[in-house]
Design a binder for this molecule. Structure first.
Ligand code: FAD
Length: 280
């Protein structure tokens, strides 16, 4: 059994190697899931669930109450950027235009966290290549009678993860499909996931799933998030490319962006250069 840091400064996983160690430490908590016993290796992170929607709603409520100048605009997308006219400032964005709105949102700086859409946003507005590829995953929730444990399963072969969402409910997620920005369901992939769950866990649980969903993991070629200012547009900052770890590392990467904007240097990582958009 060993522990390593897959991502310096951000998150930690426990790695269990060997079927005996795995059985002794975790699988005996799930005696009915015989299919899991074929594995010899597991990556375990405890207390792994975050409801990001609830988190965002609470955060915006907090910010709007505590800070007078915060206004959260849900369901608004940036259409284009307005630059300063003066020669000396012509690479600085002074406002953004939102789709369907005529009035502009003025800004001193803009942070783009557009996930899998960052590549198109960069190309269309700044003529820049930002090689972030959407890697599509599927998820659904299924009832379980297995008692609650703060343990979830992660099997990298299929990017398969089963997480306890709440008492009596697993959330199952899997796959890393390169399918563009299309979020529709491929029925063959849904069937395959269902079969995989039936095989690994419990057939009766797998067949009564709800909340089928797809989402995209915005993934750069080096699988390192893209954080920092653009070279030629110094008040445009990126915070994108979190791939499959955005919920885990998003707070840290946001802190890094805020330090780069406010202080011009970072304290959360020794060296922010590896994350810079300038590497592409
Ligand atoms: C099945 C699955 C399971 C996952 N499980 C985990 C997990 O357990 N732990 C973990 O850490 N991570 C997990 N992830 C990864 C995590 O979901 C992503 O890393 C995270 O969502 C990326 O966050 P983001 O804010 O960078 O991008 P996104 O979540 O893609 O958000 C980008 C947002 O930008 C918006 N946008 C696009 N264009 C514009 C525009 N022009 N103007 C304004 N807004 C725009 C989009 O509408 C979208 O809301 C999982 C992903 C999948 C698919």
């Amino acid at each position: 059994m060993s522990t390593y840091k897959p991502f310096s400064d951000f998150s930690q996983e426990e790695v269990i190697v060997g079927s005996d160690a795995l059985k002794q430490k975790y699988l005996n908590l799930f005696p009915t899931y015989k299919g899991l016993e074929r594995y010899n290796l597991a990556f375990v992170q405890k207390s792994y669930t975050t409801n990001t929607r609830v988190f965002c709603e609470k955060l915006s409520e907090y910010l709007e109450t505590k800070k007078q100048n915060v206004k959260v605009k849900y369901s608004s997308e940036i259409e284009s950027f307005i630059f300063h006219q003066e020669e000396s400032k012509k690479h600085l964005v002074k406002a953004v235009k939102l789709w369907g709105k005529t009035d502009l949102v003025e800004c001193d700086a803009v942070v783009l966290c557009a996930g899998s859409f960052i590549a198109r946003l960069m190309k269309d507005n700044f003529g820049l290549s930002c090689p972030v590829v959407p890697i599509k995953g599927y998820s659904f929730d299924m009832p379980t009678k297995v008692p609650f444990h703060d343990v979830h399963f992660q099997f990298k072969s299929e990017a398969f993860v089963a997480t306890y969402l709440k008492e009596g409910v697993w959330r199952v997620a899997a796959f890393g499909d390169v399918a563009g920005q299309d979020k529709s369901f491929d029925p063959r992939r849904v069937r395959y996931l269902k079969n995989m769950v039936a095989d690994l866990m419990d057939p009766s649980e797998a067949h009564s799933y709800v909340n089928l969903n797809t989402c995209l993991r915005p993934t750069p070629p080096d699988d390192v998030p893209i954080i920092g200012p653009l070279k030629r547009y110094p008040n445009v900052f990126l915070n994108a490319g979190h791939a499959g770890r955005g919920t885990t590392i998003g707070l840290s990467t946001s802190k890094l962006v805020s330090e780069l904007i406010m202080d011009g240097k970072a304290s959360v990582v020794a060296d922010p250069t590896p994350y810079s958009p300038r590497r592409f």
